[in-house]
Write a protein that binds this ligand. Structure first.
Ligand code: ZN
Length: 418
């Protein structure tokens, strides 16, 4: 029997509306009543903050298939250092998890190499090609907790309707990358003043909005839970809020880069600011922050997308979309959102715990909470320690991010996992 008693820390648990200094007790990997411990190891953590283990719903592990960018061990080491105890792996691996055999192959790799709890999303369409739906029951039975084609979405509405109808019957969320390729190609950044200045092809807002509209309509029609990934446009927030008000089962996430950067940052950071969807304008950024604060957007997710330096050095037209962020998101958001007063600490922690946990509740209960009896997944923060984000400290195999060199007030001390 192993027993741990943690004293002196501020405990912030949005699942219980809890924000107080109180003890936390762990026995054999579960949270228990402190009075029930007999011979605990005691940790004194005055000045530190403990939250439920953080959850990132949007991570590209790159294994199998692209281990020159990242692998399961390095991505999950970065996740642990970033304060995350659970991540949802996106399906754009080689092979993609579009049938039970592929899911089992990835599951075995995860079981052998992951440093944190890794959940899998199965594909919406066969080979992620968008032409034919997968078998959602087969994927659920193989252990997938959500369905997504992230990186793209089926452009054919009938494929999306089919998979959402299947997912609704199974109570599985469909997690969608909202991009209409007929409108987004060949754009490499937001269609606006900066793209004009750089003489680069832009992506119009409608490339996102047309799919957001489609997905919300199909969610209303099928009863499926739709989760919209990495929203970038203020109009998307309006569409989402309207659908929620009409009772559509719709949630959404926003990334740290869409909260903290705009297309003007493309001038400063070059292809380290090339992502899909693209960085938009200041008014979009402000709307996304307000929606995250108000809970219209209930999830903060990183879209941790490793690429090598050589790949990112190919220039705007050729470089791949995406940046890393799983190890940096908490310091960045404590510094830029909490210490600036834009979000309270419990609001930020809710978007990293209860928000994502509610998507996974039907398959993976007891995530994102410090309730007695739950698995002892905890994150320990120091809200006031100041440090500089450096590539040397990054545990990811790739360093493609505009975050390095920033000094942040607020840091992750570590995690405890069951
Ligand atoms: Zn995506």
């Amino acid at each position: 029997m192993s027993e741990i008693l943690i004293h002196g820390a501020r405990v912030v648990d949005p699942s219980q509306n809890l924000d107080a200094i109180q003890p936390i007790a762990i026995r054999d990997g579960r949270l228990v009543d402190p009075d029930s411990l007999e011979h605990p190891i005691t940790l004194n953590l005055p000045g530190k903050t403990i939250t439920p283990g953080l959850i990132d719903l949007h991570v590209h592990l790159r294994e199998p298939g692209q281990t020159h960018k990242e692998d399961i061990a390095s991505a999950t080491a970065a996740a642990a250092a970033g304060g995350f105890t659970t991540v949802l792996a996106m399906p754009n691996t080689l092979p993609p998890p579009d049938n039970a055999e592929h899911v089992r192959l990835i599951r075995n790799l995860v079981d052998d190499h992951a440093a944190v709890n890794v959940l899998l999303s199965g594909c919406l369409s066969q080979n992620r090609a968008g032409n034919a739906p997968t078998n959602a029951t087969e994927l659920r039975d193989a252990g997938c907790v959500a369905l997504s084609d992230d990186g793209s979405t089926p452009q054919d509405e009938s494929v999306m309707r089919d998979i959402m109808t299947q997912a609704a019957k199974l109570n599985l969320p469909v997690i969608d990358h909202c991009e209409n390729l007929a409108l987004s190609k060949p754009g490499v950044m937001h269609q606006g003043r900066i793209a004009q200045l750089l003489h680069l092809p832009g992506q119009p807002r409608e490339a996102e909005l047309s799919i957001v509209r489609r997905d919300l309509r199909l969610a209303a029609e099928t009863g499926c839970h739709i989760h919209l990934q990495h929203l970038s446009c203020r109009e998307s927030v309006e569409l989402l809020a309207q659908a929620q008000a009409h009772g559509v089962h719709a949630t959404a996430e926003v990334t740290p880069h869409h909260l903290l950067l705009t297309d003007a940052d493309c001038l400063r950071y070059g292809t380290l600011a090339k992502m899909a969807p693209p960085l938009r304008e200041e008014q979009d950024r402000q709307t996304l922050i307000a929606a995250l604060r108000d809970g219209i957007i209930s999830v903060l997710a990183t879209d941790h997308a490793p690429h090598t330096a050589q790949e990112k050095a190919q220039g705007w037209l050729k470089a791949p979309f995406g940046i890393i962020g799983i190890q940096q998101v908490v310091p960045l958001c404590l510094d830029q959102l909490v210490h600036t007063g834009l979000l309270t600490l419990p609001q930020l922690i809710a978007r990293l715990t209860t928000g994502p946990a509610s998507l996974l509740a039907s398959t993976t209960p007891q995530l994102g909470t410090l309730r007695l009896g739950a698995p002892a997944a905890l994150t320990i923060l120091d809200l006031n320690a100041t440090h500089t984000l450096t590539p040397e400290a990054s545990l990811s195999r790739s360093t493609n991010a505009p975050w390095f060199g920033r000094s942040c007030r607020g840091t992750v001390i570590g995690i405890i996992k069951p």
